[in-house]
Design a protein around this ligand. Structure first.
Ligand SMILES: [Zn+2]
Ligand SMILES: [Zn+2]
Length: 318
């Protein structure tokens, strides 16, 4: 189905571009069906967001379908993500680990292409040696004008694989490449959290003695908790009263404390690794007051709320 989807875009896009954009079936296919099919290929769909585009209001020269790790980015404009990028001449398509170029163009007005190139090589260095199947040089989207948005994606390429329309690989091969690409994505997102001396903070203290790996996992834990969508959903579900000590910010601080609580992710720090972490706002999160949240991270098993509560109970009895 992946192969069929790619074939369909390569075959139908050139003529579709001559037809009205609004309500066109192929644009709908790129936005909905293609991403849905990709979603069916991953084990942990709640970690990812799948989306595609044939343009906004008018046909794009290079349509795309992308996968966002929600802890890295939720839009094509920022962060980095794997994307199927179709060449303008529809001679082929790249599966590219690429960057959100909009944000870079806004931030680095003078020479965003230069910045994208530097960042791409930095991301490659963070991934380490890649699989041979991936190309680490700028890609060629066969664009008709260098001012196009697609020109930025050409230099934004971190790793890519090219599929020629005359010689598309088998369905199994495409799926296997897609999964390899997700592994690269996972690796980059994970390695990005490697702590450097200057980034160590006082709150990291309980983990420093355990070594870099635990500190890195703490970063991952905090990144999950910082995700606005997940923590909002967790709070909405668990309410605003600390599940360890019963503290309620609104009761204590009045209006100022209304709807304030911290979301705490419950996967053991030792098991945090990329896409295998489940991110269910109901089962994988608890809500804690700021004190309990700090204290539970000094505790040897931050995921064990019950054991933490036992400590609190013992304290209250004595
Ligand atoms: Zn508390
Ligand atoms: Zn936490």
């Amino acid at each position: 189905m992946l192969r069929e989807n790619i074939e369909r875009i390569l075959r139908e896009y050139p003529s579709a571009k001559n037809e009205p954009f609004s309500g066109h079936a192929l644009a709908h296919f790129l936005r909905h069906d293609f991403p849905k099919d990709l979603e069916s290929l991953v084990d942990n769909p709640n970690r990812y967001k799948f989306t595609g585009s044939a343009g906004q209001g008018t046909w794009a020269n290079c349509p795309w379908v992308a996968v966002f790790d929600i802890l890295v980015t939720e839009s094509a404009q920022s962060g980095y993500y794997p994307v199927y990028l179709f060449q303008e001449n529809m001679k082929g398509v790249y599966l590219s680990l690429n960057q959100g170029v909009t944000e870079i163009r806004e931030k680095y007005k003078d020479n965003p292409k230069h910045v994208l190139k530097i960042r791409a090589s930095d991301f490659r260095a963070q991934i380490g040696p890649s699989l041979e199947e991936f190309q680490d040089t700028p890609i060629n989207l066969a664009i008709s004008s260098t001012s196009e948005l697609a020109a930025f994606y050409e230099v934004g390429n971190i790793y890519a694989q090219y599929y020629n329309s005359d010689n598309l690989p088998s369905e199994d091969q495409l799926i296997s490449n897609f999964r390899d690409m997700l592994r690269l994505y996972e690796l980059l997102s994970y390695n990005e959290n490697i702590p450097t001396a200057s980034s160590v903070r006082e709150q990291d203290e309980p983990y420093i003695s355990k070594g870099t790996e635990d500190l890195r996992k703490l970063r991952e834990h905090k990144r999950i908790e910082r995700n606005v969508k997940l923590s909002k959903a967790a709070k909405k579900n668990h309410g605003y009263t600390c599940q360890a000590c019963g503290f309620n910010f609104a009761k204590f601080y009045g209006l100022l404390g209304e709807e304030f609580i911290e979301a705490h992710h419950l996967t053991p720090i030792s098991e945090l690794k990329g896409q295998r972490v489940t991110l269910d706002p109901v089962h994988d999160f608890a809500v804690l007051c700021s004190n309990c949240h700090s204290m539970i991270h000094r505790f040897e098993k931050p995921e064990d709320i019950e054991a933490f509560k036992r400590i609190l109970r013992q304290r209250n009895i004595n």
